[in-house]
Ligand binder design. Structure first.
Ligand SMILES: CC(C)(COP(=O)(O)OP(=O)(O)OC[C@H]1O[C@@H](n2cnc3c(N)ncnc32)[C@H](O)[C@@H]1OP(=O)(O)O)[C@@H](O)C(=O)NCCC(=O)NCCS
Length: 162
């Protein structure tokens, strides 16, 4: 086991360049082309180490709108990457709850994720929030606890294989 690790990591150590200059950091609002080129070359290296092959990190974001006539009833932001759909936000108008809008939006998210070759949906939501009952009712289960998370409130991760 130790020998396998030795052979896995030694090539990286041998390739290391010695840094002789001070390390400076700049914070940017946009990623310039040189950084994109750097990222794609370096991720290629690490993807081979992590996944054992080249990976195409396609990432698509979809904005779903549930509507009737001119009225918006609910919205969702969905990000699909690496075969996984992440429900970034899901919101049903507070006067239109329990009429199937949320279920319809998640069902569409499942279809979009599958169309992209995906196998799983996941999201995070507040522990004990009403949304947890909603997600359980449509087949999600808790897959992680995120203690002291956004605004210091406990959150959970919920997932569903599709
Ligand atoms: C959670 C939310 C998206 C649910 O949307 P919705 O359109 O009201 O839900 P649906 O009508 O599609 O409900 C589908 C099923 O989920 C379950 N469910 C939904 N809301 C529930 C609640 N408050 N309590 C218990 N079960 C609930 C029920 O089983 C329901 O089926 P039924 O009404 O036939 O019994 C909506 O209440 C909402 O926008 N909440 C505020 C924002 C939020 O918390 N978003 C999620 C954070 S990630």
């Amino acid at each position: 086991m130790g020998i396998a690790l030795f052979y896995t990591y030694m090539p990286n150590a041998l390739d290391n360049l010695v840094i002789t200059q001070p390390i400076k950091i700049v914070v940017l609002n946009r990623k310039p082309k040189a950084m994109k080129t750097f990222d794609s070359a370096e991720w290629k290296h690490y993807d081979r180490e992590h996944f054992g092959r080249d990976i195409k990190w396609d990432s698509k974001v979809y904005f779903l709108k549930a509507y009737s006539g001119r009225k918006i009833m609910g919205t969702m932001e969905l990000k699909v990457e690496g075969g996984v759909g992440e429900i970034k936000t899901l919101l049903v108008k507070h006067t239109m709850q329990r009429q199937g809008v949320g279920r319809a939006l998640v069902s569409k998210a499942e279809k979009i994720t599958k169309t992209n070759g995906g196998h799983k949906l996941f999201l995070t939501t507040g522990e004990g929030w009403r949304a947890v009952s909603f997600y359980k009712a449509i087949g999600f289960e808790q897959t992680a606890k995120l203690s002291n998370h956004y605004f210091s409130v406990d959150f959970i991760e919920m997932s569903k294989f599709i």
